[in-house]
Design a protein around this ligand. Sequence first.
Ligand SMILES: C[S@@+](CC[C@H](N)C(=O)[O-])C[C@H]1O[C@@H](n2cnc3c(N)ncnc32)[C@H](O)[C@@H]1O
Length: 423
Amino acid sequence: MIICMVPCLDDRIKENNNFTILNYQGSKKNLIDFIHKHIDNLIIPEKAFLDIFAGTCAVGYSYKSCCPVYANDLEYYSYLIADSLLNNYNNYNFNKIKKEIGNQFKNLYNLKLKKYDKWIIAEETFLESNKIEDLIDLYSSYPTIWNNAEMILDKKQYILFTSYYAGNYFGIKQAIEIDCLRNLIENIDSNLFSMLISCLFFAMKNCVFSKDGHMAQPLDLHKNASKLIFKRKNSILDNFYSKLTEYFSSEFINTNFSNSAYNMDFENLIKLKEIQDNVGLIYADPPYTDMQYSRYYHLLNIVSKYDYPKPTLIKNVYTKGLYTEGRSQSLLSQKRYCLEHFSNLINFSKKYNKNLAISFAYPNDPILQKTDRYVMSIEEIVRECTKVFKEKNVNVVSTKYNHSNNRNTQTKKVLEYLILCKY
Ligand SMILES: C[S@@+](CC[C@H](N)C(=O)[O-])C[C@H]1O[C@@H](n2cnc3c(N)ncnc32)[C@H](O)[C@@H]1O
């Protein structure tokens, strides 16, 4: 086994350790230096670093050149991002892959044109001439499962986004591009699946017509006309290629460590023998509010699984977010259960001799700022940690940070805490 080099801060500074796929709620990509400064000395030589609530794997990836990294998340899209970031691509021939994608895309797109060319031409014409009302009329006459419940889908045709999300979250051409890319990703080396689909996530994030690149619900077409034109002119294919190029650039970190990505509820993950045996430090950045991540990024799971899910109906009405069935619901995003279940991780870490570093963001001023959506308070977590690890082994540090707030355009001022527990 390769020995963990501690500390790795100096090496890391020379690298570009931010490799961004999404604008993620609670992402730590801007706090990497603060995190390394305080937790590098908790890494145990010869043991793995576990990013147990990985999200975009910003923290796990930043340790890729230091030690073996394991990453886990309940959300499938997150697992795919982590898998792509923890893999290596230095043995692949980029030009060959790019050429193969180019050829396949051309063939698949030309086939689609036979059926959809009149829609694409109309959309392009209205976009070029800024005819917003015509564009909106076009979208309302375009058949999707939401306005044409009788629609029969030939599932072998790769038409999920074309039939579900053209005219709302995406344009017609964009949705067709997504379906063609998803189709060809299936035909290319399966070891590249997570990387290629992450390139598609990146493209979707940049083109989606919703707030801040999140996908909780499409924006109102009438109220956001200039954004609509701007977003719809963006090409899924160009964005896909730009991220693909980055994966094969010298900016991307390739190493010889054995890394692993998991897609499990953390309470099941910690039952695995390889986690109990191989991990030295657990980095835990759990959800801190009652917002379910599956709501904000559902389209990423849909494009990955591609299983034509049934639309969600509430009181016989489709949801504003055009959600579908099967979204995961984490107990950690529920106030009633969060602390009890999170405590299982604290107890596990102590019992199995793991160091534990917990990230938690909490309002700067809990009296003046709202805390009602928070699932735990910082005091509760610290109390639980000191009960299990004992006071002398727990250290708390914090830094001021402004989180983007998806409800308001204003940022939310928080203290970013690290609760450091030594076993
Ligand atoms: C605050 S985010 C992590 C952000 C991450 N550190 C980053 O920089 O992108 C919390 C993550 O916990 C995941 N999560 C929530 N409940 C979970 C559970 N029960 N098991 C595993 N992961 C869970 C969410 O899907 C989400 O990605």
